[in-house]
Structures are given as structure tokens and as C-alpha cells.
Design a protein around this ligand. Sequence first.
Ligand code: P6P
Length: 347
Amino acid sequence: MSDLHGAYAKHEDPNTVGITFPEHMNLLQKAFPFATGEFSGVMRELMLAGKIISSKVRRAGLVHEMGLTGRVNVQGEQVQFLDEFSNETIVRMLGTSGHVCVMSSEENADPIPVAPGYPCGKYVVTIDPLDGSTNIDVNVSTGTIFSVHERVTASGPGTLEDVLQPGSTQVAAGYIIYGSSTMMVYAARDCGVYGFTLDPTIGEFLLSHPNIKTPEHSTVYSANEGNTSSWSPEDRELVRALRDGEGPGGTPLTARYVGSLVSDFHRNLLRGGIYFYPATQAKPNGKLRLLSECNPLAFVAEQAGGMATNGAERILDIVPKELHQRVPLYIGSRAEVQYVVDAFRRR
Ligand code: P6P
């Protein structure tokens, strides 16, 4: 591992171009002599899809790609044009890569097979292709979230069994945020969390945030307080206590809520913060999807030193029962998430 970070030290010379993602993967592969390059291939396809989606998202207002298709997805949500475009782009890239045996998407009711005539690989990828897409037409950040597992079935086309794995068995996870810049943040098991910023002048993601560690304490809390009346009394009290400085940090937290999970999560990851989406009367299991949102972000949070829980158990320990299972989510800086866990134990 020291090789990995040691190698980065050499590249911190301001006179050199930053480390490209392929270079980073080659360094990572040195840290894992057993690596076959298939994982690198999955990540490269995700990055290419990210570049294509970024290009579209940044011109949405000009190419009339905004707005609704008029269709409703399996979640019962209105499908945006860019949801469909992002989903089709990622599925096409991965489905023809030869590195995956099955995919799953928030936009698709069932697992997605690889493209007809293409070989199956050893990985399983679950995506939220464009999280927060309702924000596109008001120019607010959105993001792609991805989760990578190794298959559990022996061979041939992947199955639902390959997809319904707990977050603890992910080999990697991350997101691409289409914000003031386009950035890919990912964590590979036991390798830490790395951020790459897209340099549009060369069309390459360059290492900008090596070895991200999230602050122990939050300065921010993110929750849709418009739902306060439909939260449980305990959740109302939890948010009030943290807001009023009665949490572990002993100082009031500032409210920041973009309404785009990737944006709220990313800001909290870098600055310290806790994001809540508790159960509500209308959504007794919360709103966020275990496989395509909570597991990947929980994996990144933990690899960066943070925590993620549904209140009762660690997100990564939850054994999925169905593809689009929703769970309450409390995620971010360790001190405040532990405070939530302790509060749940007292319930
Ligand atoms: P609400 C977007 O639809 C999303 O899935 C997350 O990106 C976001 O954090 C959340 O839902 C917003 O939900 O109910 O606060 O609008």
C-alpha cells in the first residue's frame, strides 16, 4: 500500500500533469498482483460513460434533453430524458465490455443481461444512472452512483442471486458528480477513497483528491425538514438535538440540503457532515434504494472513515431481499452517525 501512496508523492510535482485514472489503476494493480485487469476495464467503461453523460448534462438546456419522457419507472417516478440516456449509455458500455455477467439499475424492474452475443465477465454492477435528475432543469448538480460486486454464481449469464448481495461484499463503489466540475470518487476494498476531476481540455479524469478521509465530526446536517411532521418523534428529536448543538460535537450544525443525494453526500464527505433520510409515514422504509444508492455510498463512507446505518443496523450488513428495496439512511461523519446508532439503541 505504501507503494501506492509513495507513487503519488512523485506525481505531486506541480510541473507534471496529474495522475490519469488508467495510471492510477496500473499503480493499484501493482498493489494487487492477482489483478487480471477486468476490474480496471469496468472502471474505464464507467468513466467513459461518465464523460458522455457529463457532456449531455452540461448542454441539457441547449439540446432540449431536459424534461419528462412521460414514462414512469419501476420506482413509480417520472422518467427524465436524461435518466433514460444515462441508463442506456452505462448499460451499453458495460454490457458490451465482457467484464460483467449482469447489471441492475434503479430504472429497470429486473436485472439487465449483457448485450446479446457478448461474453460474460466476473463482475456485477448496480447503478443509479442519474441521481437527482429532477434537478436538471433548474441546473442543480446530479450524479451517477455505482456499486461493483464479484459474481457468486459459477458461470454463464448472471442472475438475481448475483445482484442481491450485501454491501459488505462490494469490491468497489463510487459516484460521478456532475457539479461545478465533473468528478469521479471511488473506493476499492482496503485501498482508500480517491477523487478524479475531469479535465475537459484533454478529456481525461485526473487525480485531484488522493486518499480522501472524512472528518470525524460533522459541521453540517442534511435532511428534508419539510418531512418533519411525518418523521417519528424520535427522528424529530434526533435532528433537533444535532441542529441545536446537543450532539457529540457540542456545537450547532449548519443545515445544507441540495435535494441531490450525491451532492449532499460529497460535500459532507469532504467537510464532515451527516445526511438523513428517515422513514416517513408515506415511506415507512425511507425513500433511498439499498442496492443502487445506500450500499455504494456506505462503502465509500466507511472506506473514508465514516459510517452508515439504517438506525438498527450497519447498511453494509443488510442482506437484500428484493432488487429495489428501500431503507432509512443515516450516513456521514463517524461521531454523529454513532450518535444516531446510540439513540436508536435507547428507543
Ligand atoms: P426529497 C433524488 O430523487 C433522491 O433520490 C436523492 O438524490 C435526494 O437526496 C432525495 O431523493 C431527495 O428526496 O424527498 O427530499 O425530495
